[in-house]
Design a protein around this ligand. Structure first.
Ligand code: NI
Length: 143
């Protein structure tokens, strides 16, 4: 079965074209078109999944805070305990005499993981808050 195809023209800068060509040689794509199709499908699938609040995901949340700041360490610990079903683990590094870096792994529906991350990174004194979402496949045979 053949899919109807359309020809589209896209413009990219030299660096991106070079990077793409290097991938075409190394990653098993036959040509630029095939590479762009695959990468495009991947990006669209991720956007679709992230737009669905109920989609299952793992969130990797990182942030830096001053542990001497009044009540902040306690407040952050409370935020994690309030979501103990989603907050799987937190790595704590003492970056320097004042600053702590925490990397938390959260698991649950995208909407809920975003809300937890927002609550933590919105605290005064929390800096460099960053959430990375890894979309999980729905379990086979579910729904
Ligand atoms: Ni610390």
């Amino acid at each position: 079965m053949t899919h109807p195809m359309q020809r589209i023209t896209i413009t990219v800068d030299d660096d991106l074209a070079d990077t793409l060509d290097a991938l075409v040689g190394a990653d098993g794509w036959a040509n630029r078109s095939e590479a762009v199709r695959d990468l495009c499908r991947e990006g669209l699938a991720r956007r679709r999944a992230e737009a669905d609040d109920a989609a299952p995901c793992v969130g990797v949340l990182s942030y830096v805070y001053d542990h001497d700041r009044r009540d902040l360490a306690r407040t952050l610990t409370h935020a994690h305990h309030d979501h103990h079903h989603q907050s799987l683990s937190t790595l704590h590094l003492h970056l320097d005499p004042q600053a702590c870096l925490e990397v938390s792994v959260l698991k649950g529906p995208v909407g809920e993981i975003r809300r937890i991350a927002d609550r933590i990174t919105a605290e005064r004194g929390v800096r460099y808050g960053q959430l990375r979402l890894l979309m999980l496949e729905e379990p086979a045979g579910d729904g």
